[in-house]
Design a protein around this ligand. Structure first.
Ligand SMILES: Nc1ncnc2c1ncn2[C@@H]1O[C@H](COP(=O)(O)OS(=O)(=O)O)[C@@H](OP(=O)(O)O)[C@H]1O
Length: 333
């Protein structure tokens, strides 16, 4: 098959619109009914984040914790976005008359490497919705990713008392990371100029809405739903092994010190940046010439983007929106 996905995806840039009070794009709302009816299982693990908060990092850690010993070929052969499906993503499929980004990617790669040899039947026919991928995951537990604000999470996750890992990242670095992501990913709205983006972020005009509402909403939920482990990107940077320990306690996993150390070493930024099954380089919607998915992986990169005036505006606005003293984010370490 001689499709060139890079050529055919250029018109995929979506518009933001208000969806139940949250800025969204159709890629994450088109499958709404099916996603809301998703049947979670009690042992499913949901990885919830505002975009660019460290989802991929924590997904890779969980995948290694659960399957690193029993199924190591998984990490070497299956991209992270298939091992840990993105529940709400929905790209129209080829047979519905549209050109599907994910289907295109799969068709393209079927001719590039022996996909069919992998013992996962879910790869044929090509999936086009994260929910379908999640339904077909052959593993236990199923690791599932979402960027939904807490009020959008399908009710079966609550009913089944699923364990949820929420990863949060300080707003300044989160904004910068999101900006570069929107520049390089054609299924995101255009990023535009930095100054305009900065103001849009403060107003919550981002896909998946306001960072402030997201982190606060999930923080509040933690008060009445005990199966949420709320963790911070900055803590992961500071001491990955310690955070893996906390994850193991939350998940009830006993793993040897040696194994945890090995996992921690294997998921450091430079390693993940080079790892094709974790760095999204196999997904044609992203143009790494503009910005790589694994971009900097640092705390404090905002200082290279924020002007002094922007920083003042940001801090003033932050005080008004982040009133809960129990939720604190470091912006440098
Ligand atoms: N191992 C490791 N160490 C440190 N930092 C890491 C790591 N893996 C991913 N990252 C950084 O996380 C940012 C991407 O966030 P997400 O994975 O949440 O993105 S997404 O929402 O799933 O698209 C993005 O941040 P920025 O570099 O600041 O853009 C990634 O580089």
């Amino acid at each position: 098959m001689s499709l060139n996905p890079k050529k055919t995806i250029l018109s995929f840039r979506p518009e933001l619109f208000d969806f139940h009070g949250v800025s969204m794009t159709h890629y994450f709302t088109d499958n709404w009914e099916n996603v809301q009816n998703f049947q979670a299982r009690p042992d499913d693990i949901l990885i919830a984040t505002y975009p660019k908060a460290g989802t991929t990092w924590v997904s890779q850690i969980l995948d290694l914790l659960y399957f690193g010993q029993t199924c190591p070929e998984r990490q070497n052969n299956i991209p992270i976005y298939e091992r840990v499906p993105f529940l709400e993503i929905a790209i129209p499929s080829l047979d519905s008359g549209y050109q599907s980004v994910i289907s295109l990617w799969l068709y393209y790669h079927v001719s590039c490497f022996p996909y069919q040899s992998f013992p996962y039947s879910m790869f044929t026919p090509p999936p086009h919705a994260g929910k379908d991928l999640a339904d077909k995951l052959p593993t236990t537990p199923r690791l599932i990713k979402t960027h939904f604000p807490v009020q959008f999470v399908p009710k079966s996750f609550w009913e089944q008392n699923c364990r949820i890992i929420y990863v949060a990242r300080n707003a300044k670095d989160n904004m910068v990371s999101f900006f570069h992501f929107d520049r390089m990913n054609v299924i995101q709205p255009e990023a535009g100029e930095w100054d305009n983006y900065f103001h849009r972020f403060l107003e919550g005009q981002m896909v998946f809405g306001s960072w402030y509402d997201h982190v606060n909403g999930w923080w509040k939920k933690k008060q009445n739903y005990s199966n949420i482990h709320y963790m911070f990107y900055e803590d992961m940077i500071e001491d990955t092994e310690r955070e893996i320990d906390k994850l193991c306690s939350f998940l009830g996993l006993s793993r040897s010190a040696e194994e945890k150390k090995m996992i921690s070493g294997g998921v450091q930024f430079d390693k993940m940046k080079k790892n094709e099954m974790a760095n999204y380089s196999t997904l044609p919607v992203m143009d790494f010439k503009i910005s790589p998915f694994m971009r900097k992986g640092k705390v404090g990169d905002w200082k290279n983007h924020f002007t002094v005036a922007q920083n003042e505006v940001f801090d003033e606005d932050y005080k008004k929106k982040m009133k809960d003293p129990t939720l604190q984010f470091p912006t440098e370490i």
